[in-house]
Every structure is written in C-alpha cells, then in structure tokens.
Design a protein around this ligand. Sequence first.
Ligand SMILES: N[C@@H](CCC(=O)N[C@@H](CS)C(=O)NCC(=O)O)C(=O)O
Length: 133
Amino acid sequence: MSERVLRLGITHLELKFKSMGNSGSTIDMNSPEGQFITSEIQSNCVVIFSKTSCSYCRATKNLCQKIGVNARVIELDRRQDGSDVQNLLGAITGASTVPRVFINGKCVGGNSEFQKLNKSGKLAELLAECGNT
Ligand SMILES: N[C@@H](CCC(=O)N[C@@H](CS)C(=O)NCC(=O)O)C(=O)O
C-alpha cells in the first residue's frame, strides 16, 4: 500500500516538472533567439537588451553615454522576435525585465546592478577585461 502511494507521488512530481518546462522556462540556445543572444554577447563587450519605452533602460543608456561606455543596444520593442528574446533572457538570467545588461558575455543584471557597479568602481574593472573604453 505505501509503495503504491510513493509511486503515485513520484509520477505526480514528474508531470509537474514537465508542465513547468513547457510553460516557458525551457532554455534552447540553438533556437533562433538563442543564437541571436549568443552572437551579440560574444561579439560585443557591452550589450544592453532594452525597450525604447522603458525608463530603467533609459537610465542605463544615459549612464553609458555619460561615462563613455560603447554599448550595443538592442531595442526589443522594435523587433518582431522581441518577446521570444525577452523570454529566453528571463530563463537564462533569472529575470525577464529590461534592461538586461551583459558585459564580456556575462549578465551583470538590470539597471540597479549596473548603477551599483559604476558607483563601486567595479564597472571599470569589468570593462577593462574586454577593452571597452
Ligand atoms: N529593478 C529592475 C527594474 C526593471 C523594470 O522594472 N523594467 C520594466 C520596464 S521599465 C520591465 O521590464 N517591465 C516588463 C516588460 O517591459 O516586459 C532594474 O533595475 O533593471
């Protein structure tokens, strides 16, 4: 009797896991949006996944301009695949908000984290790793 209950429990957990996987958390870096993200973060020292309508994104872009950071800006609301790219960014980085900022191929977070990196002086160190001036 207890063995039967245990088996049912495991089956239930497996089903739950599969349905969570189907609800948008799947990471497929071979998908078109996965290949796009990989290509952009590998070929640019600083990449900002942004939206033109987003005030946090504006703050990040303004700071880059102010301190002379040369950033590749991708405006997701100007792309047909913007939602797919944003969903995948959410799965990769743990947050699906914009901006999502990558330096030297790694996500450093959103605007708050980017501003903090600048204030602490760590931003300059990260930028130096990939030669951004
Ligand atoms: N704490 C985050 C806040 C970012 C945020 O709330 N962004 C808004 C737009 S300004 C967002 O992503 N909303 C959902 C969406 O646009 O899909 C940061 O500093 O980056």
